[in-house]
Design a protein around this ligand. Sequence first.
Ligand SMILES: Cc1cc2nc3c(=O)[nH]c(=O)nc-3n(C[C@H](O)[C@H](O)[C@H](O)COP(=O)(O)OP(=O)(O)OC[C@H]3O[C@@H](n4cnc5c(N)ncnc54)[C@H](O)[C@@H]3O)c2cc1C
Length: 248
Amino acid sequence: MPSAPANATRPARRPTVSRDVVVTAREQITEHMLRLTLGGDDDLAPAVHGTPGSWVKLFVPDPRDPSGSTEHGRAYTVRGFNPMSNEVDIDVFLHDGGTMPRWAESCAVGETARVGGPRPSGAPGRDAASMQLFGDETSLPAIAAILERERGHRPIRAWVELADDADRQEIALSRGAGITWLRREVGAAPGSALMDTATRQRFEPDAGVWFAAEAGAAQRFRGLVRGLALADLHIQGYWRAGVGDYRE
Ligand SMILES: Cc1cc2nc3c(=O)[nH]c(=O)nc-3n(C[C@H](O)[C@H](O)[C@H](O)COP(=O)(O)OP(=O)(O)OC[C@H]3O[C@@H](n4cnc5c(N)ncnc54)[C@H](O)[C@@H]3O)c2cc1C
């Protein structure tokens, strides 16, 4: 009898299909965060994973290619999905020198793009008795989505590092949830305030821990929690300083 392949128990990866979208609204929600609402005729529900803070790959045309055949693709969190209007909200952090911020700032309602998905967020599951979330401007949309999905049945703490206090957001918190805004000082390495805080935390074995920020900080966080028994652990570099189109 042939032996089962080594990866026989690994769940099959859901196929990722891309869908055409149209920018239906734009809203500057804080100093450096621009919310784009994407809709259109293609059904977007299959592109949205059920986990809060899930993400899609957003593809936009390269303005330097008049033929329109060259595209740039970057990961963006599904901040909200309205099945009635078939619209997805994404929040684009407007940092210097970014391809997507440049596109997002100049795009008009009616502009077309594509999204590929669904992709899960790795948010701690229901088994975790408490949650500790760590992030920066790029993972704030995911943290907000995770916090808003909670119903107050477990303690949940989030720490978000920002370069500018003007990017703090009002987030609906359930009972037992709290968010702490950390300031990244000028010239400090991205994620340094997060790591200062993380080293002072206690991580209980029944906790779900989620970290998403700059890749170097994510690497340091991996070192911090290495060997700990935890109910759930997800660590991801969402971008890397000095590297365009970073993928982990
Ligand atoms: C799963 C996932 C979900 C994400 N969700 C979001 C989201 O909802 N909103 C969001 O804004 N981002 C999100 N990101 C991060 C985003 O994909 C990256 O920041 C990406 O690099 C943005 O592309 P860009 O065109 O702006 O910059 P790129 O063209 O990729 O990079 C150009 C330059 O900008 C630098 N750079 C990239 N990001 C930053 C930053 N945050 N701060 C300072 N410099 C930077 C790079 O190091 C590089 O030097 C997510 C990433 C992942 C993996």
